[in-house]
Write a protein that binds this ligand. Structure first.
Ligand SMILES: Nc1ncnc2c1ncn2[C@@H]1O[C@H](COP(=O)(O)OP(=O)(O)O)[C@@H](O)[C@H]1O
Ligand SMILES: [Mg+2]
Length: 286
């Protein structure tokens, strides 16, 4: 993937961002690591599309109530790994997995896994906002209705809570019956986040959630990620190094389907152990 002007950042810029970012990190890090309570555990997990490698031998723990960024060049398996955490790749023919992937202690590739409840527990937000062609209310109420929550008052409460959590309530509260497709791109993406939050997930997966948005809408989503991380475990794929530095506490660098380095974001950006990581974050390849 060619490095764009926006991505081609100077190391000093990244360092400056990291200094700000690490100020809030130690407490969450300490609690996550000392109690070793990973919420997502990948143990030698590989995924193949037919004979082609999607990701290979990924072993990593993802910690609760923190943001973990997955970075790496195009085609290195970032989306594949993210989609593996809620088994979205199952929809692709000839997909095969080996190793183990656990969410909250449950091996999710076990035959007995209920995919509907897995995806309610592990929500996903995609690169391009994808609201359903329905009203704002019905978009957010979609998951809770699937879960059997049909009582009007209860649904209204969940919709309001979710829209508030996604920082969209004040902009849409008088227009809940309006089509979601009439919202701006940034609003649509926050609506998709509200839709994911409505099923009360533990983990929120975000695959380049800002890449279709302008800088102001991007800033809003980043602020939102900052607020949500105290409640949810967020795993975000981004090709934007500054964004990874701004929003995440942990960063995993993938290359050619493999996990090359995984550490605190501050360490990855200021003092990576691996030469490939350093070359990538300093823009020598990408
Ligand atoms: N649906 C698919 N069918 C076959 N190969 C795929 C599919 N999706 C991704 N791949 C391949 O898997 C590898 C990892 O892709 P992907 O996870 O999309 O990378 P990234 O998100 O880092 O750009 C690439 O070689 C890509 O071509
Ligand atoms: Mg991708």
């Amino acid at each position: 993937m060619p490095v764009t002007a926006a991505d081609d950042i100077r190391k000093s810029d990244v360092r400056a961002t990291i200094v700000m970012n690490t100020a809030k990190a130690p407490a969450a890090r300490a609690s996550a690591e000392t109690c070793k309570c990973a919420i997502v555990r990948s143990d030698h997990f590989s995924l193949y599309y037919g004979s082609k490698v999607g990701v290979k031998d990924i072993t990593m723990d993802i910690y609760p109530c923190a943001v973990t960024a997955i970075i790496g060049p195009s085609g290195c398996g970032k989306s594949t790994f993210l989609r593996s955490i809620n088994r979205m790749n199952d929809l692709i023919p000839h997909v095969r997995t080996t190793g183990r992937l656990e969410v909250d202690g449950h091996p999710i590739y076990d035959k007995r896994t209920n995919l509907v409840s897995l995806r309610q527990q592990v929500g996903m937000v995609f690169q391009k906002p994808n609201p359903f062609p329905k009203s704002i209310f019905d978009n957010v109420a979609y998951g809770p209705r699937l879960q059997g929550g049909n009582r009007k008052g209860e649904l209204q409460h969940i919709v309001e809570q979710s829209l508030r959590a996604a920082a969209l309530w004040d902009e849409v509260k008088d227009d809940l019956s309006k089509s979601a497709l009439a919202l701006s791109g940034g609003q649509q993406q926050r609506l998709c986040i509200a839709r994911a939050l409505a099923t009360k997930p533990r983990v929120l997966l975000m695959d380049e959630p800002c890449s279709a948005l302008d800088p102001i809408a991007t800033g809003r989503i980043e602020d939102l990620i900052g607020r949500l991380q105290s409640i949810y475990t967020i795993v975000i794929v981004t090709h934007n190094m500054q964004q990874a530095a701004r929003v995440s506490e942990y960063a995993a660098f993938f290359c050619l389907g493999e996990l090359i380095e995984y550490d605190h974001t501050s360490k990855i950006f200021s003092n990576p152990r691996n030469k490939q990581t350093e070359d990538y974050i300093t823009g020598r390849f990408g």
